[in-house]
Design a protein around this ligand. Structure first.
Ligand code: 13P
Length: 248
């Protein structure tokens, strides 16, 4: 049986002090659920938050990782550096990276590989824009985003990866995908992977992201192919993040 997972993506929010108190607040409210829980925090707070989470089951992740191992790449953070601060997860291919910072399918695949080489679990974000959905391009876009990684890393790599389906039109807009809309794409992703490797697909955690909130999480998480969530805005408040987590 797949373990569920809820991941907070803090994006570029907070201060050093608020980041620490948010992480402490989450830990203080953790129940003894078997579901995994993680936060992906701004790079500069990773060292502080690694200290805060160290004796807890709240896992730590980054919001990106360099596509190269080391060298003259000003401003980048390597997977090896992240392992020094016990990062277990790294988001790769978030739509904000793809849209605003030019991360391409190819660079996302390279980032995914860099993470895995250092035993960091990449959370591969995929999803279509509103325009692509309206033109019936959703599955084609997702195929391309998945194929770029499968071609380079191989299908077996998904034994150590998580996929997050984040329809771009639902991110930060308050417009969540309906339970059925999200399930349709999650099922599609699982079947796409299953066509290449059934066992990997059955164990693959596929998270939903995009305006997930305490009041819609239960319905989404009840869908058979939705294994948890990647939460943006609602993860910036310990109480609402924990409510979402408790909806699993
Ligand atoms: P929101 O939950 O704020 O819509 O953000 C989703 C997201 O982008 C998580 O990575």
């Amino acid at each position: 049986m797949r373990q569920s997972l809820v991941v907070g993506n803090w994006k570029m929010n907070g201060t050093r002090a608020s980041a620490q108190s948010l992480a402490k607040g989450i830990i203080a409210g953790l129940n003894d659920s078997e579901a995994g829980i993680a936060i992906c925090v701004p790079y500069i707070y990773i060292a502080d938050i690694a200290e805060v989470v160290k004796d807890s089951r709240l896992a730590l992740g980054s919001q990106n990782v360099a596509d190269k191992a080391s060298g003259a790449f000003t401003g980048e953070i390597s997977a090896t550096m992240l392992t020094e601060f016990s990062c277990q997860y790294a988001l790769v291919g978030h739509s904000e990276r793809r849209t605003f910072y030019g991360d391409t399918n190819e660079s996302v695949a390279a980032r995914y590989c860099q993470a895995q080489e250092q035993k960091i679990i990449p959370i591969l974000c995929v999803g279509e824009t509103l325009e692509q959905r309206e033109q019936d391009q959703t599955f084609a876009v997702i195929n391309e985003q998945l194929d770029a990684v499968i071609d380079v890393a191989g299908i077996a790599s998904f034994a150590n990866a998580v996929i997050a389906y984040e329809p771009v039109w639902a991110i930060g807009t308050g417009k969540t995908a309906s339970d059925e809309q999200a399930q349709e794409v999650h099922q599609y992703i699982r079947q796409y992977i299953a066509a290449k490797d059934q066992a990997i697909a059955e164990n693959l955690q596929i998270l939903y992201g995009g305006s997930a909130k305490p009041d819609n999480a239960k319905g989404l998480f009840a869908m058979p192919d939705i294994d948890g969530g990647l939460i943006g805005g609602a993860s910036l408040d310990a109480e609402s993040f924990l409510k979402i987590y408790q909806s699993i």
